[in-house]
Design a protein around this ligand. Structure first.
Ligand code: GDD
Ligand code: MN
Length: 411
């Protein structure tokens, strides 16, 4: 089934040039790599391996488990199998979590031209893998999706709430993917490596939705095939698709919609800020109209409530990966208040200066909001959530740049 080029034996001394476009050429004889992301799937490891062994008989294959240091010891069990079967490999990540990034690292760790991504929990029907591979090779496709919505596919016994969420996600995904995939939320698909490599630098890598990430990153129309299957019920372990996964999805969509121009975290921070405005106005009217407080008292109280609300929302959503807890919540909220108070002062001061320079009031107002948002975002990311700063790439060069040296050409 795999298309080996048996005559093209390359000695180890020759380094073959990277192939461009020769997507079906195999260089080391692996027809298919299967990447299985795992988190607490120990009870499913043995079964998925024996099922793959059965269904991939006749093919040369490898399976790469990418485990995020599962507390149930999934990685130890995979290592046990890997020591006995060279087709089984393990990427054991420590201090990291995330389905999409696990898949990306699994794909990057294999060198096969065709890579399948599949859940390790037996919910995906592995028996369609050979058909997916055939379709991809025969029709020279970029990706073949195992889909629950195509002919022969079904949602299995999903709850109606989950089906609704899935359908909603589909609609949004189809809009950012610019192509027709009947099940864009699928976590089961087969990729042509050449296509994946075209897009790997654009991937956002967060959350659950790796397929949407890859397809929406493509600059050209994507050649998609589909094979239907029925989603099975889980027998062992639990689903990890939770509130965080939904938030990650929001991040991905914002990133794709803005074309990566606005940092996604900043976009979410601004959205949270906008909700702060609503909280503020609600609180202000409550205090003035119901409790008959003075404007000054009501305004100060509303500001504190809105800022505190914003802090907790940001802690929950925007910085969910760096969530502050315990006593750090207290210092966090203090530094957030401090940064935002200064932001508010900067807002008014700059807006006033811009207004005085003759700009229309709405532009002055907008400029004030933009300046304070950028300020609040930068300061709170630095001090409240203590985001690591990106290192400058060429520290050494920077040192030399300080000394003006006459050089030929630019820089
Ligand atoms: N390495 C790693 N890290 N693996 C993870 C992580 C993680 O943070 N989170 C989940 N996984 C693994 C699980 O162990 C499982 O093998 C696979 O990813 C899918 O996770 P589930 O938690 O079982 O997902 P689900 O069944 O709720 O969701 C399925 O349906 C969605 C569509 O509705 C998955 O197939 C999704 O990919 C799919 O989008
Ligand atoms: Mn599952």
């Amino acid at each position: 089934m795999g298309s080996h080029i048996s005559t093209a034996e390359v000695s180890s001394a020759d380094t073959p040039a990277p192939s461009s476009g020769e997507s079906t050429r195999q260089t080391h004889g692996i027809d298919l790599a299967v990447v299985l992301p795992t988190f607490n799937e120990r009870k499913n490891v043995g079964e998925i391996l024996s099922r793959l062994e059965n269904v991939l008989r006749g093919l040369t294959w490898e399976v790469i488990f990418v485990d995020d240091d599962s507390p149930d010891g999934t990685a130890d069990l995979v290592r046990y199998h890997a020591q006995r079967d060279p087709r089984v490999r393990l990427v054991h990540r420590v201090g990291r979590r995330g389905l999409a990034s696990a898949c990306i690292e699994g794909i990057m760790a294999s060198s096969s031209d065709f890579v399948a991504i599949m859940d390790a929990d037996l919910q995906h029907d592995e028996t369609i893998l050979p058909r997916m591979l055939d379709l991809l090779q025969i029709e020279s496709l970029d990706v073949v999706v195992g889909t629950r919505n195509a002919a022969g596919g079904s949602m299995g016994q999903f709850s109606s709430r989950r089906v609704f969420l899935s359908r909603l996600g589909e609609k949004i995904s189809q809009a950012v993917c610019h192509c027709k995939i009947s099940d864009p939320m699928s976590g089961f698909f087969l990729l042509n490596r050449a296509f994946f490599m075209e897009n790997v630098h654009e991937l956002q890598g967060g959350g659950f939705k790796i397929l949407v990430d890859v397809v929406s990153s493509s600059k050209r129309p994507v050649r998609v095939g589909e094979v239907g299957y029925s989603f099975r019920n889980r027998v062992h372990g639990d689903s990890k698709l939770d509130f965080n996964a939904a938030i990650e999805y929001l991040f991905l969509i914002i990133n794709k919609v803005t074309g990566g121009l606005v940092p996604t975290r900043f976009a979410v921070f601004s959205l949270v800020g906008a909700t702060g405005l609503i909280i503020h106005l609600a609180c202000l009217s409550l205090l003035m109209l119901v409790f008959h407080r003075t404007f000054l008292v009501s305004q100060i109280a509303a500001t504190i409530v809105a800022m505190t609300g914003n802090f907790f929302l940001n802690n929950l959503i925007t910085y969910r990966d760096r969530k502050l807890r315990g006593v750090r919540l207290f210092t966090g909220v203090l530094s957030f208040w401090l940064a935002c108070s200064f932001g508010a002062w900067a807002n008014v001061t700059f807006a006033r200066a811009i207004l005085l320079s003759g700009a229309p009031w709405f532009l002055a107002g907008l400029a004030g909001v933009v300046i304070s948002s950028v300020w609040n975002y930068s300061m709170t990311s630095l001090f409240t959530w203590q985001m690591p700063q990106r290192r400058r790439k060429h520290t050494a060069v920077t040192t030399f740049e300080a000394v003006p040296t006459p050089t030929k050409g630019s820089q």
